[in-house]
Design a protein around this ligand. Sequence first.
Ligand SMILES: C[S@@+](CC[C@H](N)C(=O)[O-])C[C@H]1O[C@@H](n2cnc3c(N)ncnc32)[C@H](O)[C@@H]1O
Length: 188
Amino acid sequence: MRLVNSKYYEIVNEIIENANLNGKKCIDATLGNGNDSLKLLSHLGEDGFLYGFDIQDIAIENSEKLLNKHNYTNYKLIKDSHDNLDKYIKDEVELVIFNLGYLPRANKKIVTKANSTISAIEKSLELLSDTGVLIVVSYLGHEGSFEERSSLEKFLKNIDQHKFLVEKREFFNQVNTPPIVYLVAKRC
Ligand SMILES: C[S@@+](CC[C@H](N)C(=O)[O-])C[C@H]1O[C@@H](n2cnc3c(N)ncnc32)[C@H](O)[C@@H]1O
């Protein structure tokens, strides 16, 4: 088995597999085509529940189709910006995932934005359980992506170290701006 990862989803998979999600609540803050949601639901068990957010109809439709096809019913897909998540969720959550950028094979101009992303992360951290984890996957290349990365890093770097641990995982020798995965958990 290779011990060093080469793809962002290998890191995400490792976190999801090691988190104890059975019976817990999770948030997919950027539904897209529903792939992250599908992965999360496979670890939640019948008593777990997933909330998914996206601002595009096509993302809600594609995700609904995918989750339905796999016979999941323990989820709610919400067509709203993730920075409104506190309007819909009051309970503690075990895992929150942000997969930033644009929806593949759709309008590349509809992208996540620094301000709403950071506000949504702040709100997610309020809901995070003591054992929970927040994952942010950040890409470069689309419109506004450099500003988003830089604001995101400034925000994450300044999270109170006495309250939270923040880890940054990057593919150090890969060319062409590979994605970076950030992980946040409570320091208990
Ligand atoms: C890279 S895609 C997500 C990929 C997805 N997780 C998957 O597994 O297919 C980013 C998604 O974020 C969505 N998005 C952009 N701004 C948003 C916002 N403010 N709130 C929620 N979703 C947003 C886009 O519409 C797009 O579908």
